[in-house]
Design a binder for this molecule. Structure first.
Ligand code: PMP
Length: 435
């Protein structure tokens, strides 16, 4: 093993050194080619080395590389906030606060929600309700809202004791029911929880519109979010949509909640916002949420040295313009349908595949319960050996009963490249099944 002082995810593993990346491929120092079947961690949505984006960083760094947010605003930061508001396309305006990671965006969302009620004298309204099987980030606040045993277990004594409800997980329904006979018991659970805890203690309900890393792409049944929205309104609870993984085209709509025509009060974005070219994430809050803050303290009690960094905001702006110019959201929808259909055909030959689901280019493949959580890591490792990168969604042992991987290639993937992905995935499944 190479001598290294870099702390990596698994210290006893040897990682390939990436030296070049272009389109949907990454190359290591030995010239081995990897098809980026997961866009890294569902991030590199435009693929690698897109000239326009690289030029945007370069041009901005020549103008202003860094200024501090309490001393200056910048043109790209202002334009990005306007652009995101335009993309949401709601009657109300949405304000943006820029941070550096999805976890920070979740922390900020939580704090804005709590502050919204504090400014109105409702200081007891400070709990955040979330769902079990969820991931909102690794920092203590974000982790407190996350239903992910493995990532929480070491820190449980430090976490806020936030309540949670079940995720709308139809493949292994927590209520042992089937849609539509279930009458959306998973959504009704929100109301039951609110009544038990008392709405006067709850600031917000947070959910990933489609559960990603913790559950392997859990798509809710029709009507779920409409009901969630109504319940939040009925009890004066803010609805936070964590669109860090699903936002900005990944699911074939600009935002995943657009699939159900629902608007959140607060939204978090990350990953695809910069498509991986620089670190940036955002917390967006509607006029309704901001009003008491603007009339009160006039400042949100959060911020980071690199918030609204000019280079990162310039990149995000270039990414959003590129998505529009290249009609990538429509492309995600069409390429996603092709990939999903090919995966369904492939699955017929592999009884270990239990469920395939997703929207756009965010697709989960869950293995049957007979796998006892043992397949994810084997499949991810074997695929990498063959030159295919997949995202492990869970490893069974973390409390989530399933065993799943995420397939989420860049939006620019062609049909020929989809066929390559399918071939490499098929070879991987054959090897794992045979072994
Ligand atoms: N929310 C969601 C839905 C995520 O998928 C992630 C990252 N997997 C995060 C928040 C945390 O983002 P980050 O890793 O950038 O802190």
């Amino acid at each position: 093993m190479k001598r290294s002082l870099l702390i990596k995810p698994m210290m006893d593993e040897d990682y390939p050194t990436a030296v070049r990346a272009e389109g949907i491929y990454i190359y290591d120092e030995h010239g081995k080619k990897y098809l980026d079947g997961s866009s890294g961690a569902v991030t590199a949505s435009l693929g690698h080395a897109v000239t326009e984006i690289i030029e945007a960083v370069h041009e901005q760094s020549k103008e202003v590389s860094f200024v501090y947010r309490s001393q200056f605003t910048t043109i790209p930061a202002e334009q990005l906030a306007q652009k995101l508001n335009t993309l949401i396309n709601a009657k109300e305006n949405y304000w943006s606060f820029f941070v550096n990671s999805g976890s920070e965006a979740a922390e900020t969302a939580m704090k804005i929600a709590i502050q919204h009620f504090q400014e109105q004298g409702k200081t007891q309204k400070n709990k955040i309700l979330s769902r079990w099987i969820s991931y909102h980030g690794i920092t203590i606040g974000a982790l407190s809202m996350s239903g992910h045993v493995k990532r929480r277990e070491r820190f449980v004594p430090l976490l806020e004791d936030y309540p949670s409800i079940s995720a709308p997980y139809c493949y292994q329904c927590p209520f042992h029911k089937t849609f539509p006979d279930c009458q959306l018991a998973c959504a009704s659970e929100l109301e039951t929880a609110i009544k038990r805890i008392g709405a006067q203690h709850i600031a917000a309900f947070i959910a990933e519109p489609i559960v990603g890393a913790a559950g392997g792409v859990i798509v809710p049944p029709e009507g779920y979010y409409q009901q969630i929205r109504k319940i939040c309104d009925r009890y004066n609870i803010l609805f936070i949509a964590d669109e860090v993984m699903t936002g900005l085209g990944r699911t074939g709509k600009m935002f995943a909640l657009n699939h159900w025509d629902v608007l959140p009060d607060i939204m978090t974005l990350g990953k695809g916002l910069s498509a991986g070219y620089t670190p940036i994430a955002a917390t967006l809050a509607s006029d309704k949420v901001m009003k008491p803050i603007l009339q009160g303290t006039k400042s949100i009690m959060s911020g980071h040295t690199f918030s609204a960094n000019p280079q990162s905001t310039a990149v995000a702006l270039a990414v959003l313009n590129y998505i529009e110019k290249e009609n990538l959201v429509e492309k995600v929808e069409s390429q996603g349908a092709i990939l999903l259909q090919k995966l369904h055909v492939l699955a017929k030959g592999f009884p270990m595949i239990g469920d395939i689901r997703g929207k756009g280019l965010l697709i989960g493949v869950e293995f049957t319960s007979e796998s006892h959580g043992s397949l994810t890591q084997k499949i991810v490792t074997t695929a990498r050996e063959k030159g295919l990168l997949l995202y492990p969604a869970s490893a069974g042992r973390d409390g989530f009963e399933g065993d799943a991987i995420i397939i989420s290639p860049p939006f620019t993937i062609t049909e020929k490249e989809i066929n390559q992905l399918i071939k490499l995935f098929s070879d991987t499944l054959h090897e794992v099944q045979g072994g």
